[in-house]
Design a protein around this ligand. Structure first.
Ligand code: G6P
Length: 608
């Protein structure tokens, strides 16, 4: 994670650097800093805390007026979030100034080599090793030094470097962490992600692993890791920056919850045409689909929960065996992938390090890879064989909502597409399913009206120490998501359990007053889940039940009942998740938490 920016041009660098960092704050927000060329040297201002703290620090000193600079917002990996560990870091006697996103895996051995060579370290970071190492290799050629650094370090990096010896240049490189270049007129930009430069330019270059860029105010040169010049295509950004503004809402999360009907509609409608599912991005023939032995789904966090739901959906709808893995496990467990298997990777950002590595592993083993990604032209999107974009628009709140819903929508499309190919969906049923999908955004919209009820429940339960979520089948998958949403933004301990598994341990944690959210919308399993509700109630739990349709009888066993509209079983996750998101949001508000930027988290997790 971490976000990096760079500016070289004729205007003051600081405003762009600060502005860019604000757009990248979703990547990490525990400390921040900028470095600007000034008076023959490089001035660094950095601080623990957020960009706002950095701005405050800057306002208390004479302004940085230089026209070349780099900046960083940090998510700590090596060393606590302190002023000393914040980037930029200096290398040598201050000749080098550097920012870095990623992890240098062999930093301990490099540090000892550099200490022996006389370098002194002021921080606990792996990044400072990179700064000194650059100085160590730097004679008079930035490109040569960068190549040597890249040959020496192991790990992941996007890095940008200033040298007092070459004040008209910024040199940068990347491996396994994103980096883009914005092309301006008499000025150029560098950033971890496109939104940071969108105010200034729509013409970008997307760096690939092992590429190096040398930026001057009126020139951009690309090189491969051997120093050979590269020609790169411009990527023209067509989407709007305003989509990433709060637009009157108190929080991005609130706005993004409200945007879910649109996100789902935008994702579904181009792929539903005249009662037919069409996914032109998918380059699998009907024959290929019939030959699939297994679908491997890999993802992290909430996207993994979509994968958990997808397992039930693919198997039920298409009768194709499906396994869902956490990307961080899949990448190291030497998974068995047979001829014909496909791998679906799900990722909002398209940059999650473990998911990317899992994608590469699946490709290496011969699987056809399909990614479900929200960020256009992100690394996962670029590297997978097929990419199906979720058209949710930019998602800013760290806790995902609308991207999650859009991912579910793609899962439904894929499941029905596969079902059709294997002969389990007749043309009549396809028309009916398309109609149900078209009606889904409206049903989601109707659930937004539960806001007051969920806010009232949150008032009641805000002081809880533990909250349990239970459900079976698809209700279990959505319980996982409800529980994650709650814990990540309200800091209340929460666990989700397959309701039938509860009595194998977790039930011992239920005490009088423990809140249990029971998702019981699967009609086929309703009686079973009701049985589990009775079990926790008998031990004093305060039960909030989520049921679909009538089911008045549940009132006898649950303290609170939330009714969600009836829907085709496959589509229930899209409905059930809405009240759970709203509940988590209000729980966090009640507890005075920073809803959009929960502690210790980052939206784009580009380190493993
Ligand atoms: C982080 C985010 C989660 C997200 C997960 C995977 O942990 O906070 O909301 O689900 O990363 O991210 P991705 O971008 O791959 O979907």
């Amino acid at each position: 994670m971490c976000g990096i920016v760079g500016y070289i041009g004729e205007n003051g660098a600081s405003p762009m650097l600060l502005d860019g960092l604000k757009k990248l704050e979703y990547r990490g927000y525990d400390s921040a800093g900028i470095a600007v060329y000034q008076n023959g040297g490089v001035q660094v201002v950095k601080t623990k805390g957020r960009i706002a703290d950095l701005e405050q620090k800057l306002s208390k000193q004479s302004p940085l007026v230089g026209t070349v600079g780099i900046g960083h917002t940090r998510w700590a990996t090596h060393g606590a979030p302190t002023d000393a560990n914040a980037h930029p870091h200096k290398g040598g006697d201050g000749r080098i100034t550097l920012v870095h996103n990623g992890i240098i895996e062999n930093y301990i051995e490099l540090k000892s080599m550099l200490e022996t060579a006389g370098y002194r370290f002021l921080s606990e970071t792996d990044t400072e090793v990179l700064a000194h190492l650059f100085d160590y290799y730097y004679k008079d050629d930035l490109l040569e030094a960068m190549q040597k650094v890249m040959r020496t370090v192991r790990g992941s990096y996007a890095t940008a470097v200033l040298s007092t010896d070459a004040p008209d240049c910024i040199i940068a490189a990347k491996k396994d962490s994103p980096l883009i270049v914005g092309k301006g007129d008499g000025e150029n930009f560098l950033a971890s992600d496109i939104p940071a430069v969108l105010k200034y330019t729509r013409e970008c270059y997307l760096l690939e692993d092992g590429e190096i860029v040398l930026l001057k105010k009126d020139g951009i040169s690309f090189f491969d890791r051997d120093g050979a010049p590269l020609k790169k295509e411009i990527y023209r950004v067509t989407w709007d920056a305003e989509a990433a503004e709060k637009g009157g809402y108190a929080h991005f999360m609130k706005k993004e919850i409200a945007e879910q009907p649109k996100a789902v509609r935008d994702t579904l409608s181009p792929r539903l045409q005249d009662g037919k599912i069409t996914i032109p991005e998918l380059h699998l023939t009907e024959e290929d689909i019939r030959a699939i032995g297994k679908i491997h789904i890999v993802a992290c966090g909430s996207a993994w929960h979509v994968g958990m739901a997808a397992k039930y959906i693919f198997e039920a709808a298409a009768g194709i065996s499906c396994e869902t893995d956490l990307a961080s496990e899949f990448r190291y467990r030497d998974p068995i992938i047979r001829k014909g298997d496909i791998c679906i990777v799900i990722s909002q950002s398209g940059e999650t390090a473990d998911t990317l590595a899992a994608l590469r592993e699946a490709k290496r083993k011969g699987a056809h890879t399909v990614s479900v990604v929200n960020v256009v032209a992100s690394t996962i999107a670029r590297e997978s064989d097929d990419v199906i974009y979720t058209l949710a628009g930019p998602e800013i709140a760290v806790a995902t909502t609308k991207a999650f819903s859009a991912q579910l929508a793609v899962v439904y499309l894929l499941a029905l597409h596969f079902a059709k190919a294997v002969g389990r969906l007749s043309p009549e049923s396809e028309v009916e399913k398309c109609a149900q999908l078209s009606a889904l955004p409206e049903k989601i919209e109707s659930l937004l009206a539960l806001e007051e009820d969920m806010a009232a429940l949150a008032k009641q339960f805000a002081a809880a120490k533990n909250v349990f979520f239970i459900g079976r089948g698809l209700d279990y998958a959505i319980s996982l998501e409800g529980s994650l949403k709650l814990k990540e933004i309200s800091y209340i301990h929460s666990e989700a359990y397959a309701a039938g598994e509860l009595k194998h341990g977790t039930i011992s944690l239920i005490e009088p007053g423990t809140p249990v959210v029971a998702v019981a919308t699967d009609e086929d399993l309703f009686e079973k889940t009701l049985g589990n509700i009775k079990e926790v109630r008998a031990r004093g739990a305060n039960v909030i039940a989520l049921v679909s349709g009538e089911h008045q009888e549940v009132r006898e066993f649950a303290d609170y009942v939330i009714y969600v509209p009836k829907a085709d079983k496959m589509l229930t996750p899209s409905l059930n998740v809405i009240p759970l998101q709203i509940f988590a949001y209000y729980m966090a508000l009640e507890r005075g938490c920073d809803v959009d930027k929960p502690r210790n988290l980052a939206k784009s997790v580009t380190v493993e």
